[in-house]
Design a protein around this ligand. Sequence first.
Ligand code: GLA
Length: 410
Amino acid sequence: MKTIKYRVLLFILLICSVSYAQKFEGLAKTPPMGWNSWNKFACNVSEKLIRETADAMVASGMKDAGYQYIVIDDCWQVGRDSLGFIVADPERFPPGIKALADYVHSKGLKFGIYSCAGEKTCGGRPASRGHEYQDALTYAKWGVDYLKYDWCNTENLNAKGAYTTMSMALKEAGRPIVFSLCEWGDNKPWLWAEKVGHLWRTTGDIFNCFDCIKDNGSWKAWGVMQIVDKQEGLRKYAGPGHWNDPDMLEVGNGMPVNEERAHFTMWAMLAAPLIAGNDLRDMSPETLGVLTNKDVIAINQDTLGIQGWKYAVNDSVETWLKPLVNDEWAIFFLNRSVLPKKIEQNWKALVATDDFSGRSLDASGNNIFVLKDLWLKKITGDTRKPFSTVIPGHDALCFRLIRKQAKSPK
Ligand code: GLA
């Protein structure tokens, strides 16, 4: 009798776990890295652009630095056929999406696409409402590896319900596809999306400015600093396979290199997806240097997957910390002022405990860390000596604290 009861209980537990866990597990163990067309090209997408971008991702060294996904954003679609299947713009994508995905795959990269939970996308193109399973099957057939799913024209929809439907449709279609929720944080996806997708936008759209707000009438676009401030309190929801997404990068779209450096390092500290949003075919050496800084990327891709936090603020300079594998740490100083600011760090006084991960950084006493400056790309000293420097306006400094000597046993 007992065994039967036990089996029934096991069966119920199994059913519950199967119906609850709908997303593809095992994807995006570290924040996804790639490129998306929207920030630079908006609706001006074409087969030629995507092919050339894939070529440039390889030739520039970005692929070697870890970038993987090539994602076409809005405006690739023009209608549905008589059976309701989505149709790509035949003028802009003459051989169709499958051929393009094959090309991207032939470069050793992965292919992503965009749709929206409403009836129309934000760009007014046909979206997936009522066609979720059909679209998911189409994407799987085409070889899609990543879906960005938007939230325009969804007035009467429940966000968790709508995104769960697409998540289940993708799972049913059978191809592992990273599911990127682009719901702008309106319905707090961090509270419910861990089992639904692999990343969720936390804010409205970014735009190409370090510290400003662009008022578009019915909606606002946010500068890099405004987006950073909106991440407050969200770090506890992120981790391997489920990331906060503060939107795609604006590196290479016109900001001066100091701001690019600060923006990119900040995204690394936030364990944010690193999705480049510039023209990869035409980058300055400075922009390429920022996007491919392997030490900064290593902070972002650290396998612990713990998002950093703001540890201190002093005269416009923020100090952020991020725990890393092997008891190492990243420390990031962000100068939000346009003026140069002097910073002084007495490492011996640096004792910080992360309430979320339970990890502690203790550079006092016998704990000595070597300091690697991730933009100078060299070891500049260790934590035995206090450190002082001037950070130019809108710039940043980041060290990896590498453990030199374990605490001597008591
Ligand atoms: C929304 C999204 C953007 C982009 C556009 C496309 O604004 O937030 O990232 O995908 O739609 O129309």
